[in-house]
Design a protein around this ligand. Structure first.
Ligand SMILES: [Zn+2]
Length: 451
């Protein structure tokens, strides 16, 4: 069954969107709008939203009765499905906590699974960030994983949880002897307070309870923005948020050799920088080789520096901060899932990225000069937070950020757990930044030997 995700009158334009593309009707074509709508009478779960009056009415009441367009009656809000109603195979934040408690008891003692928490009562709200350390405490190779910064990206926390279960031998993904050589620290549910709200059916919610994007609040190329109330507001100042301060303190204490920030909304594998169409200042080639190989095996999605691959630039991200401030040789953002209708385009882009990559250092020059984006996230162009929900509806948000089918969910978790495993194994013998600095030619040697 087709599902209308948006239908309504915006100023002097009427619009209906059924997935993509959006169909627009000028006032002269309002009759077309209504007859088009009439054909959709039999479909369910749709509404008309009048932005001026900020009210919704069921679409069926509207179709065929033009006069109602200017005389809308307020209707009670339809009940939202919760996460468990919509996709019961996902875990709520409560369930994630139960699973982590269970793992603390059931994970083999050789794994050194430890569950900790850091708390804060800043801003009059209690922030309680759980994190896990697991693996060999004497390992030189230390991987930090941060999942769930954005509330609606349910799959990110699921992926981190699945990875931990796998490390404890509780899934069918073979983790080899990874824990002998690596110490992991993992934040599974980074924006738990907002995720709890998202779990109640607010599937478009991204920011923390203070309206701040936790992945724009780090003190790296951060700048004052008037964009309060938009989805990517970086906060009143860098590190204004208790969550980001806790993450910062964790990485400062842990001193990772590799850092991974886990997201969804598209499929991609990114390296620094995100704030500019600029290549990483150190270890760029090693990072792009790692991405290329893992991407080819598991994702077939766009890869490379985030600011060059994405159509926009992001200031104040965790990836840029750890890369610049901790001199971590490997810092990544992984985007696990996007709307499936976008997959062919992403695969295409992957093929292009492979070609670009093939030219080794030329790869970098091309990216910087040609592929790179120069679009700042301009305040004036930012949509208010409510807009995505109003524009596309809650189920479409779920569709954009999370697998809806259990098959996809299961497959994706296995796939990314295997990827995290391969990544961590591969980096066991990777040079540290100090070693890279001692042997400045190492990077080019590696590139020359690679192909
Ligand atoms: Zn995200």
């Amino acid at each position: 069954m087709k599902s209308v995700i948006f239908a309504g009158v915006l100023g002097n334009v009427a619009a209906i969107q059924i997935r993509n593309p959006i169909k627009l009707f000028s006032p002269a074509k309002f009759d077309d709008f209504f007859s088009f709508g009439a054909k959709l009478q039999e479909v369910s779960s749709h509404e008309i939203h009048d932005e001026d009056k900020d009210m919704s009415i069921p679409f069926a009441n509207f179709v065929g009765d033009r006069n109602n367009a200017t005389n809308l009656q307020e209707q009670p809000e339809e009940p939202r499905p919760t996460l468990k109603e919509y996709a019961p195979f996902y875990h709520t934040s409560d369930e994630i906590r139960v699973h982590l408690d269970d793992l603390a008891k059931s994970c083999p003692s050789a794994a050194n699974f430890e569950l900790h928490a850091k708390t804060s009562s800043d801003q009059g709200r209690k922030t309680d960030i759980q994190y896990v350390t697991i693996g060999n405490k004497d390992a030189n190779h230390r991987v930090f994983m941060l999942a769930g910064e954005h509330a609606r990206e349910f799959i990110a926390a699921e992926s981190a949880l699945h990875f931990l279960k796998s490390l404890c031998g509780q899934t069918d993904v073979n983790m080899n002897s990874l824990l002998d050589d690596v110490l992991f620290q993992v934040v599974v549910n980074a924006n738990e307070q907002s995720r709890r709200k998202a779990e109640e059916g607010h599937f478009c919610l991204r920011v923390n309870p203070s309206g701040v994007d936790l992945n724009r609040n780090w003190d790296t190329h951060w700048r004052q923005s008037k964009a309060k109330g938009t989805e990517t507001w970086g906060g009143p100042e860098a590190f204004s948020e208790p969550e980001t301060r806790i993450f910062r303190d964790l990485v400062l204490d842990f001193k990772p050799t590799a850092f991974v920030s886990i997201h969804s909304g598209t499929k991609a594998m990114f390296s620094p920088y995100a704030y500019a169409p600029k290549l990483p200042d150190f270890n760029a080639v090693n990072m792009s080789h790692v991405l290329r190989d893992l991407d080819t095996k598991y994702c077939e999605c766009p890869f490379g520096p985030a600011g060059s691959e994405l159509p926009y630039l992001s200031r104040g991200t965790c990836m840029d901060w750890v890369y610049e401030n901790l001199e971590i040789p490997y810092a990544f953002v992984f985007e696990l899932w996007g709307p499936p209708e976008d997959f062919p385009r992403l695969k295409n882009r992957f093929q292009q990225d492979l070609k670009i990559h093939h030219d080794k250092f030329e790869f970098h020059r091309v990216l910087e000069n040609e592929v790179g984006s120069h679009f700042e996230e301009e305040d004036g162009k930012k949509a208010p937070i409510a807009n995505l929900a109003e524009k596309v509806g809650m189920s479409e948000c779920f569709h954009i950020f999370n697998p809806e089918k259990e098959d996809d969910f299961v497959k994706l978790n296995k796939q990314w757990t295997s990827l995290y495993r391969d990544l961590s194994e591969r980096l066991v013998d990777a040079p540290t930044v100090a070693e890279l600095n001692q042997h400045p030619r190492h990077v080019s040697d590696d590139a020359a030997a690679d192909e």
